[in-house]
Design a binder for this molecule. Structure first.
Ligand code: PXP
Length: 238
């Protein structure tokens, strides 16, 4: 199986928004990432529009040739946008206004009825739906019951582990979750906090079909250009 890499271009927009300017343009960088071999483009349209703007999403839909994955919170506003723009895939994520980045997986326990409705409305609109969840057996079984197409396993705790023991513990959770997810027939993706070093061990988990990586690729692209940064990450996950 060839594993896929989707490149999250949010932080190109972060830089642009720092000066409320026209550049750098995440749409243009996304097209260059595709040329370098990215299998898809991910953007997170946040409620506060701190980085990606509605215009970016619309232009990406019109221009990219691979797969467009929209990360969004399960809100009425976002549902309307998704049904209009029609990304290939929506990844539902929790969202807090003050967080620097998405801090944890979706709470699929408390919000199950709302999530179920969201998932079926999006799927009826022809959009594939993944849930961004912590690597945990209950969360995976619940995602399956709610009718999602797949899951994206949150790798943030693994990425932030301070020592080998903790990292191995987190890696085992990701491995067990990926095995269970595939057993249930769910699409199995992973992401958050992955970089050119910590990707190596998670990339050995063959059950993971796709990685969503943003910050480390955009950071490296400042030195190397986006094409080289994408090619290097792609080589590591394949
Ligand atoms: N997957 C999800 C659901 C995310 O929210 C993010 C961050 O926007 C990523 C992947 C990418 O994380 P990072 O930028 O740390 O690579």
């Amino acid at each position: 199986m060839t594993r896929r890499l989707t490149v999250n271009v949010d932080h190109v927009a972060t830089l642009r928004q720092a000066r409320l300017s026209n550049e750098p343009d995440p749409v243009s960088i996304a097209l260059r990432a595709e040329t370098a071999g990215a299998d898809g483009i991910t953007v997170h349209l946040r409620e506060d529009r701190r980085h990606i703007q509605d215009r970016d999403l619309i232009l990406l839909r019109k221009t990219i040739k691979t797969v467009l994955n929209l990360e969004m919170a399960p809100t009425k506003e976002m549902l309307g946008i998704a049904l209009e723009v029609k990304p290939d895939m929506v990844t539902l994520v929790p969202e807090k206004r003050r967080e620097l980045t998405t801090e944890g997986g979706l709470d699929v326990r408390t919000h199950s009825e709302t999530l179920k409705r969201f998932i079926s409305t999006l799927r009826d609109g022809g959009i594939m739906v993944n849930l961004f969840i912590d690597p945990d057996a209950y969360m995976i079984k619940q995602s399956y019951k709610l009718g999602s197409d797949g899951v994206e396993l949150h790798t943030g705790r693994y990425a932030e582990a301070r020592d080998r023991k903790q990292r191995e513990h987190e890696l085992k959770k990701i491995y067990d979750s990926a095995v269970l997810s595939r057993k249930l027939g769910l699409k199995t993706h992973a992401g958050h906090g992955l970089d050119y070093h910590n990707i190596k061990e998670v990339a050995e988990i063959r059950e993971i079909e796709e990685f969503a990586i943003g910050f480390s690729i955009i950071a490296r692209s400042v030195y190397t250009g986006i094409e080289q940064a994408v090619r290097e990450m792609r080589a590591l996950i394949r």
